[in-house]
Design a protein around this ligand. Structure first.
Ligand code: 13P
Length: 237
């Protein structure tokens, strides 16, 4: 995903519109050297065509927030990897905890989504992470969530998002993030790109990006304001 070993910053807008008009958002991004990071915007499906058109002329790329595991067929309300590829989308966030919790997505379904996504040449960003109740046992949770079959793991970007840190302002400690990233690398691949997500903002981005093993950030709320997304991009060491 992206050239070289630049840090990856993903803006997951979830079911929100960013502050202000989209064109203004893009213009703010234009003012800065966002080429120093691999920047991805992940808008809701309705905004994908506009954001993809803008990405053609700019330095960021586009991700979907979800994708179906089949390529086409009678799946009302769903969108496939094939459709995303045709639109110019670079990849998809898969297995976000909000989808695991609210849409009851399980590891088997997530595995199937990873397969079709990779088959279509898209980059999957696989979200993993423990809930508050699973905190003491995070290794077992992560092992289960990363036990994949028929998936070329070298094509997967991992995002460690402890569920208790999402939208709470309660960022995981540097020690915990370091330990988890090292563990994830040991059970995935030494070359895997592993991002951190969970209450990332303009103030904590630099120290998070400085933790050994953190290859980038998956940002929710703070990515809806262009100025704060820029500040996060600029925090790259
Ligand atoms: P917040 O940055 O709002 O905590 O959300 C994190 C997240 O879920 C990104 O996918």
């Amino acid at each position: 995903m992206g050239a070289g070993q630049q840090k990856i910053i993903i803006a997951n807008w979830k079911m929100n519109k960013p502050d202000g008009a989209l064109e203004e958002f893009f213009q703010t991004l234009d003012q800065e050297q966002t080429e120093l990071v691999d920047l991805y915007l992940a808008p809701a499906f309705t905004m994908l065509p506009t954001v993809c058109a803008a990405a053609n002329m700019r330095k960021f790329k586009v991700l979907a927030q979800n994708v179906h595991h089949q390529l086409q067929g009678a799946y009302t309300g769903e969108v496939s990897s094939l459709m995303l590829r045709e639109l110019g989308v670079a990849g998809a966030i898969i297995g976000h905890s909000e989808r695991r919790i609210h849409c009851h997505e399980d590891d088997e379904l997530i595995n199937a989504k990873l397969q079709t996504c990779i088959q279509q040449g898209l980059t999957p960003v696989l979200c993993v992470g423990e809930t508050a109740a699973q905190r003491a046992d995070f290794r077992a949770v992560l092992r289960q969530q990363t036990t994949l079959s028929g998936v070329d793991i070298s094509k997967v970007v991992f995002a460690y998002e402890p569920v208790w840190a999402i939208g709470t302002g309660d960022t995981a400690s540097d020690e915990h993030i370091h330990a988890v990233h090292a563990y994830l690398r040991s059970i995935t691949a030494t070359t895997a790109r592993i991002l951190y997500g969970g209450s990332v903002n303009a103030n904590n981005a630099r120290s998070l990006l400085n933790i050994a093993g953190v290859d980038g950030l998956l940002v929710g709320g703070a990515s809806l304001v262009a100025a704060s997304l820029l500040a996060i991009c600029r925090a790259t060491p």
